[in-house]
Design a protein around this ligand. Structure first.
Ligand SMILES: [Zn+2]
Length: 80
């Protein structure tokens, strides 16, 4: 997959290739069609918030389709 990444504080955003994530228990993987970032994401990019870990992929406002889903146990069954 591709992601826009800020690698270290004070550097510009860069398009990077990353491994496709595998959904864990009760998770899904979404193939994103469009994305954006909110003002908080811009504060992250501009290093205006404390304790931001790098690398960081800003933005969580997305449109997409569920591409892969973890297998869930039947409703009402016991989980390990
Ligand atoms: Zn936000």
């Amino acid at each position: 997959m591709r992601a826009i990444v800020r690698s270290t504080p004070g550097t510009s955003l860069q398009m990077r290739k990353r491994a496709d994530p595998s959904p864990g228990d009760a998770e899904i993987r979404v193939k994103i069609s469009a994305g954006s970032t909110c003002r908080t994401g811009l504060h992250v990019v501009d290093a205006e918030l404390p304790n931001i870990r790098c690398p960081v992929v800003p933005g969580h406002e997305i449109v997409g389709r569920v591409e892969c889903a973890a297998v869930l146990p039947p409703e009402g069954s016991a989980r390990a």
